[in-house]
Write a protein that binds this ligand. Sequence first.
Ligand code: NDP
Length: 392
Amino acid sequence: MESPRRVLLTGANGYIAQHVLSQLLEAGHSVRAVVRSQAKVDILKKTFGKYVDTPQLDFGVVPDITTAGAFDDVLVSAPPFDAVMHTASPFFLRPVKGEVFLEPAIKGTTEVLKSIARVAPSVKRVVITSSFAAIGSMHVDPISNPPKTYTSEDWNTVTLEEAMATENPLVTYPASKKFAEKAAWDFVKENKVNFELATLNPPAVFGPLVDPSQYTSTDQLGETCSWIYNSFVSSSLKASDPVPPTFVYAWIDVRDLARAHLLAMTVPEAANKRWFPVGGELGMQGISNILREALPEKRDTIPVGEPEKTTKPEGFYECSAPEVEKVLGLTYTSAEKSIGDLAPQLVEIEKRAVGAGIFERLYALLKTRLPQVTKSISRIVADNMTGFSLPR
Ligand code: NDP
């Protein structure tokens, strides 16, 4: 077993980060989980109750990661930190102004590195969750002849100017990941720091939630779980609805990616490199096929598409990253297991949300009609029972 480390984890309530937190704790490490609000601390305290009030888990709140010195306070610890994992960054694919992504991604990254250099000289390894979006150019045609092969050497071709001038999330989000990651590599090049840097550049991340009971509505799901729910699992769908097109086939299971974070922290050879962990290829049709097996009770509503057509179109780009298995020793979970483990959780959350919705509607109805109902009951009682009246 690895010697226990003291680790600061940012964005600890995120979909991926909760798996990182879970694996760090299970491996015996001690973690300060940093989130944006006390409400998020309270949620994590319920899920990770076993570790609360033990030396293995404490919490920090940083409401705005873009302010100067944002991490100065949370990076002071006794015992001091050995490692930092920075996962906090906006990830969704709705159109918004470029700066909504760029500001927190870039400043959040530089602020955490500046604070480490200033107040936490004990930190020896920093792991940053970058993305395949920093590598591949999502805004250009994915098909070419011959097909492009992306490796950990590549960077997307988006410029800052392009990202600031559009609301297209396939430009703004990749730009935020590229310029945040570049800022990190520049920081370690330009400053004399005590730590080594490793970045992880995962493609689409799928798989189960650590604790589905945290979710009272499917609207609270992160981006990729929400694609799966809205495209396949939602009860409002029909089998004849279209299967959405696939814009990224490369994927990884969330638990494998969490393990990659731990390996990037502990494996000596992981230092000073970008790691591009790819578990395989999985398109939206493949997801539909797996879900129809995993959720037989939903076979009539999951969009069927063309079950035979699971391969990607000719000329679609490839991803190549054999070094992750060779050097980090990471192994990968199958798509059937990954999607299969998430599927019942999505059904459970939808059921809970529908249940809560019915209760809310009943409550609202009762509240508006209550005076009328009370009056009718009073009248019936008054007409039928002499000497008795309901309290007003
Ligand atoms: P989640 O949305 O579940 O988690 C994102 C985390 O970042 C949350 O803790 C969130 O906090 C925090 N965050 C978001 N916006 C801000 C902001 N403006 N300021 C401070 N904190 C913020 O996403 P994932 O777990 O999926 O993503 C985690 C990381 O992994 C991101 O860096 C993402 O780019 C990267 N990634 C994700 C992939 C995927 O398929 N899911 C693929 C490749 C990379 P809060 O809850 O308070 O909003």
